[in-house]
Design a protein around this ligand. Sequence first.
Ligand code: AKG
Ligand code: ABU
Length: 471
Amino acid sequence: MSYTERFFKEEPSAPKMVTDTIPGPNGQKAIKSLNEVFDARCVYFLADYKKSIGNYIVDADGNTLLDCYAQIASIPLGYNNPELIKIAKSDEMVSAIVNRAALGNFTGVEFEKIQRSLLKYAPKGQKYVWNALSGADANELAFKAVFFNYQSTKRGFEKPFSAEEEQSCMENEAPGNPELAILSFGRAFHGRLFASGSATRSKPVHKMDMPSFKWPKAEFPAYRYPLEANEEFNQKEDKRCLSIVEEFFKTWHCPIAGVIVEPIQSEGGDNHASAVFFQGLRDITLKYGAKLIIDEVQTGCGATGLMWEHERYNITPPPDLVTFSKKMQSAGYFFNDQKLIPNMPYRQFNTWCGDEKLIMLAAAICKEVQEKNLLTSIRETGDFLYQKLEDLQKRYPNYLQNLRGKGKACFIAFDMPSPEKRAEFLNKMRISGVNIGGCAEVGVRLRPTLVFEKKHAQILVDVLEKVLATL
Ligand SMILES: O=C(O)CCC(=O)C(=O)O
Ligand SMILES: NCCCC(=O)O
């Protein structure tokens, strides 16, 4: 019996559309009213989460769509997963919700157990975790840990701040606030806050009008597909991009304390890179004394068929910090060097220091993934789906281009010939009962849950085929 047969007995067997548009009349009316209290201009449709189940999302008009986007890649185990509902109704969870602790100061007696239950699923080589509230927050906190470490190492780890440092930082000036940089890559997405926004390079709308850190932007490999037919070009591309990174280390006007990179650039277009690229990056960070931060916000928690996508590349030694959020529900960063814990208390701190209920949920999600062998099943679904998409690519080469993500479960994407065609395609898919997302300018990305099975993949392929024929 498959996971969805066992746990989602009520899951529909196919999408069911009752209106000709998405949103339908009820949804349109509700969105208009919603707009009075919330900026609803980005709302694709209003969902009825109580009625949504497994891989199917129900909208305000009663349309039932197969969801291959799953809340921008962040629903791990399907809507209304009964195993998670059990945890949500537990006494521990109720207590964590109604008695939300300021974890740094008034830690609950249960917290150590909860934190350890999450750490069991840390990437290989990572020993510690610090909790955050979102992916952007996780990345910014990781940057802070890197900067603290850089300066404390320079100053002497145990040495107190000088009077000059204390005074100057109150004026936002050096030496208390030194010029240090984080290197990121063109087309990267690391969040929309100030430091994470400075590291983000995918679309102007994410960054416009915000004061920014003047940090270096290297180039992420732009591979040609299919990979097997373009090995020589792609290998050169790795070398070219690595030499740009190294050049920045040699020439940037201030020290580069850290490098942040996604194992697969997601919002920025589902751009993949090779083990050679990632190891090369690791080697450069070691050579110049910088920390390597891997942003697993979208790729982590099993999305690519591995619990942590960067483990595919055997980066040696393992990265210094690994950030997470989305499917994990909780956010934060894993790390392996105790010296990434600031040399003094209250440097990495806030009222909540994470969110106990979400950490409990994160551990429960990881446990379910492991106990129910969901990585194996999502890899099988991905292989099945990829093969079908390769077929469609051959038949519709003008519309389905640069198929990528082979062997990475359902973390699959392809390109449309133009932004206009992509918009038409996504809309037609939704009207036909399948919710999919875009990325970058022309990308289409599949980001289903980890309980997406062959039967769901077949429905996706059938609808795709029907829609491709109408473009
Ligand atoms: O637009 C956002 O802030 C979410 C971005 C994201 O992670 C994505 O679209 O992949
Ligand atoms: N990163 C934006 C995701 C939402 C969208 O463009 O549909």
